[in-house]
Design a protein around this ligand. Sequence first.
Ligand code: 5GP
Length: 190
Amino acid sequence: MKLLEERIRKDGKIKSGDVLKVDSFLNHQIDVELLEELGKEFYRLFGQEGITKILTIEASGIGVACITARYFGCPVIFAKKNKTKNIAGDVYTSKVESFTHGRVYDIIVSREFLLPGDRVLLIDDFLANGSALMGLIELVRSAGATLVGAGICVEKAFQPGGKMIRDMGVRVESLARVASMSEDGSIEFC
Ligand code: 5GP
């Protein structure tokens, strides 16, 4: 999606460790008009799929998921990063390794909200090694819901997550796919 690629070129900041910072429009300050365009594009891609729930992961996926949900007319569920040791029995749980912090944590979703009859679209801001998406996919499977696909704002295509998840047969649609980037500021899209 040209609009997002241009914005990344203009305002994205490339940090060490293959991290792309988009804090001025997506991850900290949020450009709501831009997110509306992203939401519209996700709707163009998945609007005919009978989506009943959008599932994302806290915190940075929530904004784009909520705006996208306005086009689909469905609720958003965000998986919570569980901080307590005792996990109550009324939740589905899976593990995610944080790309930016390196540690592994549990994510949970209440059984009350993710139902076997749901048709689920996953939404997230970034796709890197695929751990966040894998964790969300596991929650959908635990619930016996139908996974329709994943809508990603920025996929770093030089990292393995996109291939791994597409190879599992999951439809992944990324609005900007970064082919390469380096700390001198150069960035190429697929
Ligand atoms: P993965 O689980 O695919 O390795 O990483 C995806 C998650 O890590 C996303 O939810 C996102 O929050 C974070 N992430 C991965 N790469 C980046 C990046 O380059 N920049 C930012 N801001 N977040 C990233």
